[in-house]
Design a protein around this ligand. Sequence first.
Ligand SMILES: [Zn+2]
Length: 71
Amino acid sequence: MISTDLLEILACPIGKAPLKLEDGKLVCTSCGAKYRIEDDIPIMLIEEAELPEGVSSPDELKCSADPLTET
Ligand SMILES: [Zn+2]
């Protein structure tokens, strides 16, 4: 199980947005990319991420650590 301490220091590799734990995966709160956890180690690789529905390439993801800057 991923500790909350670890969860706090992890960020989405795309836009450094915070992550939340959902169904045993880390889900980006900004772009929605999902990162799986193997043997308690989160796989924080864009190439390995599970992309949200309708997104075929990580380049299409809009990820930002600060949602307020979105215009
Ligand atoms: Zn993201």
